[in-house]
Design a protein around this ligand. Sequence first.
Ligand code: TXA
Ligand code: MG
Length: 332
Amino acid sequence: MTSTGDDRPGTRISQAVDILQRGGLVALPTETVYGLGADARSSAAVGRIFIAKGRPATNPLIVHVHDTAAARRWARNWPDAAGKLADRFWPGPLTLVLPKNREIVDGATAGLDSVGLRVPNHPLALELLRCFDGPIAAPSANRSNCISPTTASHVRDELGDKVDLILDGGACTVGIESTVLDLAHGAPRILRPGQISAWQIEQVIGPLASDQPVQSGELRESNESHRQLAPGQLPVHYAPQTLTLRFTPDQYGQLKLDEQTGVIVLEAEPFGSSCARIVTLPRDPAAYAQQLYAALRDLDNRHLHRIYIQTPPDEASWAAVRDRIFRASRPC
Ligand code: TXA
Ligand code: MG
């Protein structure tokens, strides 16, 4: 990893641009999670991302740009819906899947003819994108199938020896990955839920495809057409190494609580136990999302026998958080 001792933001940005131009890897903060970035026009640079993460070549990357004009440059066409959504939600945690331009290398999109484009809402990421003046392919900066990083030190711990530079932009404010919306295959469809909800999107562009793959956090991964449209969205993902089991309050009596157990519960839940560690997360979905990955990572690092996580209510406002919990855990 590069270290010059000069940590002024401008210096760090110009180092980062230099590294990207030479085909290197830069970890960058976004409002959702930290990304592992490379030039999306270079097969060799993008290839390094897959090696660093141990990511299957079949899982496409999200390409980051600094504004809507830049996004239009890398999409082969730009439907009205894309313009309306970009005006309303960018910069922000929404990825739009659109037919891709030839300059985005096939490796970045796992050979797909579409590309996921997003303008992140983080000043350091935007500054980097403006100075680099090119598309940055960036998946979450974690090893494949592990928990996404929400601080620079998470990235350092997990990928420090594999990345050329880490830009530290503080803790991510959203905390879970962006909503991914497919605009390339017929009726718009959410491929991955996130902070920007189906309801918010429908307010801008009208009804989404009726067979949404994720309803109130319940995964319907057996749907083959969805599997093909949403590569990389595996039922088990974003998971701790420790056995992680989800529970509802009526299952309290069945939990095996000892000093080798960690528990994540919702605030104001009457939960008493002498187990290793109880983490209480806020009852507000946005505040909960911001802390979820750090809490899971902290418990995972304690090498416990098991982690229990309370499933939040089956309500639309919890859909994205429930999606991540369902992928990280098994029922108990
Ligand atoms: O918030 C985020 O989206 C973060 C930050 C760094 O921007 N990035 C992120 O990237 O979560 P990643 O690689 O961990 O997840 C990208 C997912 C893929 O697994 C896939 O499900 C979907 O986005 N995706 C990307 N391009 C796609 C495409 N062309 N068609 C369908 N799905 C796509
Ligand atoms: Mg990821």
